[in-house]
Design a protein around this ligand. Structure first.
Ligand code: HOZ
Length: 436
């Protein structure tokens, strides 16, 4: 463990943000990074190793964003770095097939029995967008059910009542999404089977698919209620709709086989991303063979990508997934116990300081909601005191702890987080709670 950061100021980061604002809207290439929901300017990252990030001014932070999930083995994990370097020496891209694609697919399929066949794409957005096209083609139906606060990337039809930046900035949908497209998406409250049953009954033979985050990460972390996922599986089967489980965030995180393994779920289609690419841009969608064989060149559903199955991304993915497979027992036990120690420590600090906090956690992903009430859906998450969260976030950053810059995002830890990092974080939390 290295010593926690002291904030030596962030003047270089400020200057870099000013320069970035000249070129990028808000100075960023993805909105939540602008830190607008928590106030203060975002530190610019110079490097990261293990559980630590170093910013452009030399400040060091314990990182609980982990690139929004992918860095489950810590930053710059040597086998991943070496795999990328080795692959790069043979060229970064060919636009033609390589053995590495089936090598990674074989490993993914071994962890996800629901994936008879799959396709690699370059982002989670592409994965969910393609899965929905496939579901519509397979069922001959148009309407999609999603859940309020769930985020499945930024394809038009999936921005309706979405989480992540859409919730963070209070955007009700998105300008630029035609009403005709938004109307094909029904957004229902999460963890409410009766609402799903009612929607399926109200739209007979019209619902192509239900898509969900099996553990919500993009409204903050919200676990599924007992029986909820099994209920969705039963209802979709009964009504001839497909079940698409979006495991971009939970895949290889909440268990080696993701939420499908953890909750014993057998969906029609699964989407993956983040961890499966080892930090490089990868998305996956896959499922039952008969569905997947509807894709071109075998079938009539078109989907393609110049950088799909990119060799560097495949190399990073293979290095990450193979490590997780070979050390699964030890990795997931460590993630669970580190996250539990942290959550219990923070709960104790909150009780000491009289701060009303609800912690939702599934394995090594969690959210500290600034509300005393349970959070089971987006409506309840939205009752959190986001101003208090902002003050907490700024105080933590000043104490050398980097948290997701929104109440409506999940935090993540890695196998590189150990006792020292947890102790440093708990000390920071104690100070931050005083500043609230
Ligand atoms: N939508 C991402 C988190 N759920 C944020 C991605 C980013 O800003 O890098």
């Amino acid at each position: 463990m290295t010593t926690p950061s002291t904030t030596a100021g962030r003047s270089r980061s400020h200057a870099l943000q000013t320069r970035a604002e000249r070129f990028f809207p808000g100075g960023v290439n993805s909105p939540v990074r602008a830190f607008r929901a928590v106030g203060g300017a975002p530190p610019f990252v110079a490097s990261a190793a293990g559980a630590w990030i170093t910013d452009a001014d030399g400040n060091r932070y314990v990182d609980y964003v982990g690139s929004w999930g992918p860095m489950i083995l810590g930053h710059a994990f040597p086998p991943v770095v070496e795999a990328i370097e080795r692959a790069a020496r043979n060229s970064a891209s060919y636009g033609a097939s390589t053995a590495a694609e089936a090598d990674l697919a074989e490993r993914i399929a071994a962890c996800y029995p629901a994936l008879d066949k799959m396709r690699f794409v370059s982002s989670g957005t592409e994965a969910t967008m393609s899965a929905i096209r496939l579901a519509r083609a397979a069922t001959g139906r148009k309407i999609i059910i999603k859940f309020e606060g769930c985020y499945h990337g930024h394809a038009d039809g999936l921005l309706v009542k979405a989480g992540s930046g859409v919730a963070t900035f209070g955007i009700p949908g998105s300008a630029g999404v035609p009403e005709e497209i938004a109307r094909l998406t029904l957004a229902l409250p999460y963890n409410d089977l009766a609402a799903v049953e009612a929607a399926l009954a109200a739209h007979p033979d019209a619902i192509a698919a239900i898509i969900l985050e099996p553990v919500v990460g993009n409204a903050g972390c919200i676990p599924p209620a007992p029986g909820y996922l099994a209920g969705l599986r039963a209802l979709t089967a009964q009504h001839g709709a497909l079940l698409i489980v979006d495991e971009v965030m939970t895949g290889f995180r909440v268990a080696l086989g993701g939420a499908c393994e953890r909750y014993n779920l057998d969906p029609d289609l699964v989407t993956l991303g983040k961890i499966v690419g080892g930090g490089l841009p990868v998305g996956v969608f896959g499922g039952k063979r008969l569905l997947m064989d509807l894709l071109a060149p075998l079938g009539p559903v078109y989907q393609a990508g110049t950088l799909s199955g990119n060799p560097l991304a495949m190399a990073a993915g293979i290095a990450t997934v193979s490590y997780l497979q070979e050390h699964a027992a030890e990795v997931y036990a460590k993630l669970e116990s580190t996250a539990k120690t942290l959550a219990e420590g923070v709960a104790a600090e909150a009780a000491k300081a009289g701060v009303a906090l609800t912690t939702n956690r599934v394995g090594a992903m969690w959210t500290w909601f600034f509300t005393p009430a349970p959070v089971r859906n987006y409506e309840e998450a939205a009752k959190s005191d986001t101003a208090a969260f902002g003050r907490f976030h700024r105080a933590m950053l000043d104490q050398g702890v980097w948290l997701p810059p929104s109440q409506f995002e999940a935090a993540f830890l890695s196998t590189a987080h150990g006792e020292g990092e947890i102790a440093a974080t708990l000390a920071a939390v104690g100070e931050a709670f005083k500043a609230l």
